[in-house]
Design a protein around this ligand. Sequence first.
Ligand SMILES: Nc1ncnc2c1ncn2[C@@H]1O[C@H](COP(=O)(O)OP(=O)(O)OP(=O)(O)O)[C@@H](O)[C@H]1O
Length: 307
Amino acid sequence: MIEARGLTKRYGDRLAVDDLTFTVRPGAVTGFLGPNGAGKSTTMRMILGLTRPTSGTVTIDGRRFGGAAPLAQVGALLDAKAVHPGRTAYHHLLALAATHGIPKRRVLEVIELTGLERVAAKRVGGFSLGMGQRLGIAAALLGDPRVLILDEPVNGLDPEGVRWVRRLARRYAAEGRTVFLSSHLMSEVAVTADQVIVIGRGRILADASVAEIVGNATATVRVRTPRAAELMPLLTRAGVTIASETSDTLEVTGIEPETIAAAAAGAGIVLTELTPLASTLEDAYMALTENAVEYRSHVRNGQEVPR
Ligand SMILES: Nc1ncnc2c1ncn2[C@@H]1O[C@H](COP(=O)(O)OP(=O)(O)OP(=O)(O)O)[C@@H](O)[C@H]1O
């Protein structure tokens, strides 16, 4: 179990993590989601005792770590590139095991577990991003930890690798361990996690189950009518957004289809389509983080440019 209470980190006048209070429970996969620069890595570093909080506390299974947490208690993947490039994967893991009193046979076990057998004798400097990521995960698993903290674990992995991380996370959670993984992709978290903590600009935007977040997302309804221009003002009110792609189509968010149908019928407007568009976790995420994105891009002249 990871418990953060009022966790705060300030870098100069920049508040990277702003008063976070949350609990990550064992027996479930908890996704930690947020746009670039939201404060995910800083939070994870504070959990692991690698960065000192400006204020607040965070404990793992009731203990606070001033220095790095022991491998047998917590396995972490933070920066997969932080490995000596001249060492082989095997020697990297062996050195790590030796400094933590972990037997050599466990090194062989994690090499097998992470599918690194073929490249274990190769120097890490020549590893692909995906192989480096697997090695980082192998290091995290070395101490057979009760708590697993993975920062962007699927970064650079191929589809097979992504599925493998997903299965690994689920298996660890099913064994009653605590699994906390960050991502900036809601789609990935949706299929892997049970719980989701969403942050933006260092603050918590949501802390709920995946099902709750999807359930709370306001659905959009596509309305087609030759009299769209007349219908639009009848639907306009606080909390409603209307987008119009073509002259006879409206995408309305914030009103139930029944209410739209009644408004149209009342004005004698014939609807040729009234379709609720499934609200996805990705929509919910975009809505949640709308005001918390620092580096959102948008499309101009067909090209994505930073705002
Ligand atoms: N050592 C540091 N010194 C100064 N500012 C920092 C430091 N580390 C992080 N920050 C700032 O704190 C904020 C949060 O960064 P952090 O890396 O925790 O975000 P993140 O959610 O992990 O983002 P990403 O998905 O891009 O990795 C950013 O604005 C970042 O520039």
